[in-house]
Structures are given as structure tokens and as C-alpha cells.
Design a protein around this ligand. Structure first.
Ligand code: FAD
Length: 285
């Protein structure tokens, strides 16, 4: 099938982009970034936006830089930009590890980090990273700019706090300290498929015990999120397999898993036990 007819807009500046978006938002105007999720849904006519606001020619949206202790990722930064570490220390390594789980190489050369956040698939790796690390979303509209914590941004199955006239201008990931350990583990049926469950764990070690642990899960519930019940088990404890098992069990008890054609809720809960423990083991290795 071919997409339903739409009007195509190609602004060159951010100001033009948000002005066009404000004008067309009431008629289902949509931002086009990498097109790797939007275009297939339009081709199947599951989405029929009347206007597309293509942001690929907007100057400055490809910015990717560490500023004020955060990695700023502009709206047109592609997944492939992370194939090599983009920041010194654990953050660059973590992003370079995780990016290889996203789809396939050609998709990674077009799809964008911010497009993934805006699309808010429950099994998006970047949504999990933003939620676990405490990222921030910079939303821009003709009305001004606002910053939204990732924990407040994801609002359910493919739903976000973005208003129709808002452009996700950039995402900001706090730069963890150099001694932060991290581990990511994903289970999917085939390489490149969306995760059925995945976990990202980070912590620091002080005098042999874990401090400031973060345990995030994705692909399990309607949105990726941190699991405070698991983090409470880890805090102040040595990084040992028995503690990891208890934390993974606490995570499995805490989640309200999705049930779909891919997996039952109970299967996903069981996967949580495995991915949470393995992410922690990788962080400790
Ligand atoms: C075969 C296949 C496998 C895939 N596997 C995975 C996977 O394993 N993991 C994963 O995370 N993703 C996967 N994807 C999706 C891919 O990562 C997309 O690139 C991503 O979800 C969306 O990014 P995009 O830039 O292509 O956005 P687009 O497709 O252009 O847009 C997606 C949605 O977000 C909105 N949007 C995009 N950018 C902005 C913005 N800056 N401001 C406001 N709204 C915006 C659009 O209006 C649209 O509603 C897969 C895609 C395919 C085709």
C-alpha cells in the first residue's frame, strides 16, 4: 500500500519548524525524523497525518555534545552516531553497547535517538536508557521551551507528555561518574527484533558495597521504568550473586507485564528474573 495523501513541509530553521507545527498540529500534523517507524505505519495506513513536518534540513538538530554534565542529543542524531563512544567514560561505552540491539544497520543509519523517545515503544532501548539514567527531554514549540524528566515523559503505551505542537528538540543524558559500573541484557527472539524484556543496571562501589544503584526494565510494561523495589535490595549490599537473585526476584514481583502475541505476562515476568540478574552480573564483572 501507499500512504494516504499528505502535505509535505521542509523547514530550514527551528523557528520555522515550530511555527509550521503550530499551524498544522490541529489537522494531525506530524514530525518526520528518520521515518523508520512513521513511514511504515503510513504505508499500512495505520497513520494518516494530513501534514508531515520533515525536520531533517533544520540547522543544528544534529548536535551531539557533552555540555553542563549532560550529553545533549539533538533531534536529528541517528542511532548510528553511537556505534562508537560519543563521550568519555561509562556513558559512551554503554550507548555503544546498547545501540547494536536496535533493529539492523540500515535502520540505524536513518532512525534517530529522539524519534525513538517520541515514538515511545515499550521495547525501545533508548527509552530504557533515558528512563534508567534519569534523562531529560527538551520540548520546543512556538509557545517556548520546557524540560521534562524522562520518568514523567513516558505516559503509557506509545504515549508521551509531548503536546501536538511540540517538537522534541533534544534529549539530555546525565554523564555518570567515571567509576559507575553498568550492565545491559536483552532477550529477543532474533537479532534485531524488539526486546521481549531487557534490563539496564548501574551502580558504584564504595568500600565493597553498591551505592546509588539503578535498575531499569524495558519491553515488559507499557513504558520502561526504574524498579525501586529492586534498587532497595541492592543498596548498601556487596555485588554478589545471591543479592542479584533477590533483586531480580523483587523486580519480577514488582512489574505488571504486558501480554501480547509475542509472550504471556507470566513468561515476561520470568524473563525479568533472568535479564535483571544478568544485567547486574555484567555490571559487576
Ligand atoms: C524492522 C525494524 C526494526 C526495529 N527494531 C527496533 C528495535 O529493536 N529497537 C528500537 O528501539 N527501535 C526499533 N525500530 C524503530 C527505529 O528505531 C526507529 O528509528 C525509531 O523508533 C523512530 O525513530 P525515527 O527517527 O525513525 O522516527 P520517525 O519514524 O520519523 O517518527 C516516529 C514517531 O515519532 C515522532 N517524532 C519523531 N521525531 C520527533 C521529534 N523530534 N519531535 C516530535 N515528534 C517526533 C513522529 O512524528 C512519529 O510519530 C525498528 C524499526 C524497524 C523498521
Amino acid at each position: 500500500m501507499k500512504p494516504a495523501p499528505f502535505v509535505y513541509h521542509a523547514p530550514k530553521t527551528l523557528e520555522q519548524a515550530v511555527a509550521v507545527l503550530a499551524e498544522v498540529a490541529p489537522e494531525d500534523g506530524r514530525v518526520l525524523a528518520g521515518g523508520q517507524s512513521l513511514v511504515p505505519t503510513m504505508a499500512f495506513r495505520l497513520a494518516r497525518p494530513a501534514h508531515l513536518v520533515d525536520i531533517n534540513q533544520v540547522a543544528g538538530l544534529d548536535r551531539l555534545a557533552v555540555e553542563n554534565d549532560a550529553l545533549a542529543i539533538g533531534a536529528c542524531v541517528r542511532h548510528a552516531a553511537f556505534h562508537r563512544p560519543v563521550a568519555a567514560g561509562p556513558l559512551g561505552d554503554l550507548l555503544a553497547f546498547v545501540v547494536r540491539y536496535i533493529a539492523h544497520y540500515p535502520i540505524r543509519t536513518r532512525g534517530t535517538f529522539c524519534g525513538s523517545l517520541a515514538h515511545a515503544d515499550p521495547a525501545s532501548e533508548w527509552c530504557l536508557v533515558a528512563a534508567t539514567l534519569g534523562g531529560e527531554i527538551v520540548a520546543r514549540s512556538a509557545r517556548g521551551t520546557r524540560r521534562i524528566a524522562a520518568a514523567d515523559f513516558f505516559q503509557g503505551l506509545m504515549a508521551t507528555a509531548l503536546e501536538d505542537d511540540e517538537l522534541l528538540e533534544a534529549a539530555r543524558l546525565p554523564v555518570p561518574t567515571a567509576d559507575t559500573r553498568w550492565g545491559f541484557y536483552e532477550f529477543s527472539r532474533r537479532a534485531g527484533d524488539y526486546a521481549l524484556a531487557m534490563a539496564l543496571a548501574t551502580f558504584r562501589l564504595e568500600q565493597g558495597v553498591m551505592v546509588a544503584p539503578r535498575m531499569g526494565l524495558g519491553g515488559v510494561e507499557v513504558s520502561p521504568r526504574r524498579i525501586p523495589e529492586a534498587e532497595a535490595v541492592l543498596t548498601g549490599k556487596p555485588p554478589e550473586i545471591g543479592i542479584f537473585r533477590r533483586a531480580a526476584e523483587a523486580a519480577a514481583d514488582a512489574v505488571d507485564p504486558l501480554e501480547d502475541i509475542q509472550a504471556s505476562a507470566e513468561y515476561r515476568r520470568d524473563l525479568v528474573r533472568a535479564v535483571a540478574r544478568r544485567a547486574l552480573e555484567r555490571a559487576a564483572a
